[in-house]
Design a protein around this ligand. Structure first.
Ligand SMILES: Nc1ncnc2c1ncn2[C@@H]1O[C@H](COP(=O)(O)OP(=O)(O)OP(=O)(O)O)[C@@H](O)[C@H]1O
Ligand SMILES: [Mg+2]
Length: 385
């Protein structure tokens, strides 16, 4: 199967029947010669790659050629995403004139550090032509993964294409995380939305699918303690896999009467570390504020966080916007709720003890000012010692 598979992949996918049906239908539409574009968005680790990987089977059945490429920070040079998708795998001999010209042009672009507008424009024009004409002979599918990290010239081509409408006789799927926010990507998304692209938001798994995924990973039913930890993953499949893998690696899994469960709490420390690494991409400023918020509990009032942090409410919102987009916290009126208690706990446990005590002291003060009940204030004061 795909090289992008992470350890922990289970097959078939859990809890994604509806989404897979949707994508399969759209692929059939493309196979019938109609261009379709899909914007697939979802938080980190929610299963975007797994879902688009599942298209491979259907593409084979429908005899639709599937091209995929993934943008990464490491491959951010001009046109990297599109050349990975369209050029890299065609051997020199099978290249048409457009591909050949593009390859030479890209060589020239990469060899010359001075940006030549003429070369860039020509390359953009050729990529657009390649995309538009590729379906002439037979329908095809193009999956461009993680476009939030795409190089700017590739995004520019995608933007220009959107102004002309769906790519003829192709299913084009763009996958993206909601963060980092990039204005040039927002422009591409808006343009494709105007061009009638389908928006598919991939949501976390529900509670039942979360347990099912864990049971598929371990191959047996799982017991109450492990279910308890699984319930804190917020239905994020990557976090589910992290829980299972960390528990197993720490030797914390035992089987009793055919039911596998976790024992003890020692394995939760390495789990916290794994989880903290998972949210590192949010950046230090957002993480620092979320760490402060973790002291207030799973859900908290933003004004209380502002007093705790000593910042205006508006600043807190601005910083947390990225956490909101990432699904790490969710807004409910003027309250925020952590999307995955596992993340909240990991951030809380990651605070330095002195800092944690000081934050509890400040929380007690802020909550008393805001009229919180005495026992809540006392609980914070106890943890401030
Ligand atoms: N529905 C599912 N059933 C079983 N396993 C899944 C499912 N969705 C995701 N996984 C597993 O969870 C992990 C993360 O999934 P995946 O890589 O597809 O997420 P992603 O949304 O592409 O993440 P990223 O934002 O980092 O690209 C993988 O190990 C994958 O195999
Ligand atoms: Mg992915």
């Amino acid at each position: 199967m795909s090289t992008s598979a992470e350890p922990g992949r289970t097959w078939p996918l859990v809890g994604r029947a509806a989404e897979l049906d949707d994508l399969d239908d759209l692929l059939s539409t493309a196979a019938d010669g109609v261009g379709v574009t899909v914007l697939l968005e979802g938080e980190a680790g929610v299963g975007k790659t797994s879902l688009v990987d599942a298209l491979r089977g259907s593409a084979r059945l429908l005899d639709v050629e599937l091209r995929t490429a993934r943008a990464t920070e490491m491959r951010a040079w001009p046109f990297a995403l599109l050349s990975d998708a369209l050029l890299v795998r065609s051997g020199r001999s099978s290249r048409g004139p457009v591909e050949a010209e593009l390859t030479d042009l890209l060589d020239a672009i990469y060899a010359d550090p001075v940006r030549s507008v003429a070369r860039y424009d020509r390359a953009a024009e050729l990529f657009a032509a390649l995309l538009r004409r590729r379906g002439d002979s037979r329908p095809w599918a193009l999956v461009l993964e993680d476009v939030h990290e795409a190089d700017a010239p590739s995004l520019e081509v995608l933007l220009q294409l959107a102004h002309e409408g769906a790519v003829p006789r192709a299913l084009v799927v763009l996958t993206m995380r909601p963060v980092p926010y990039r204005p040039e990507l927002a422009e591409v998304v808006a343009a494709w939305t105007r061009a009638g692209a389908r928006y598919l938001e991939l949501r976390p798994l529900n509670a039942r699918a979360t347990v099912e995924l864990a049971e598929n990973l371990v191959g047996t039913p799982v017991g109450p303690a492990l279910r308890g930890t699984l319930a804190t993953t917020g239905g994020n499949p990557r976090l589910v896999a992290d829980v299972v893998r960390t528990a197993r690696a720490a030797g914390a899994l035992v089987t009793t009467d055919g039911v596998l469960d976790s024992t003890g709490v020692r394995w939760l420390t390495p789990l916290d570390e794994v989880v903290r690494r998972r949210v590192e991409y949010l950046g230090p400023e957002v993480l620092a504020l979320l760490g402060q918020a973790s002291v207030l509990g799973s859900s908290f009032v933003i004004a209380d966080l502002a007093s705790l942090a000593g910042d205006p409410v508006g600043d807190c919102w601005r910083t947390l916007r990225h956490g909101l987009a990432a699904g790490v916290v969710r807004a409910r009126g003027d309250r925020l709720v952590f999307g995955h208690d596992l993340v909240r706990g990991a951030l809380y446990n990651g605070l330095e003890p002195d800092q944690r005590r000081a934050l509890h002291a400040r929380a007690a003060w802020a909550l008393r000012q805001a009229g919180a009940p005495a026992q809540i204030v006392t609980a914070h004061l106890e943890r401030a010692r």
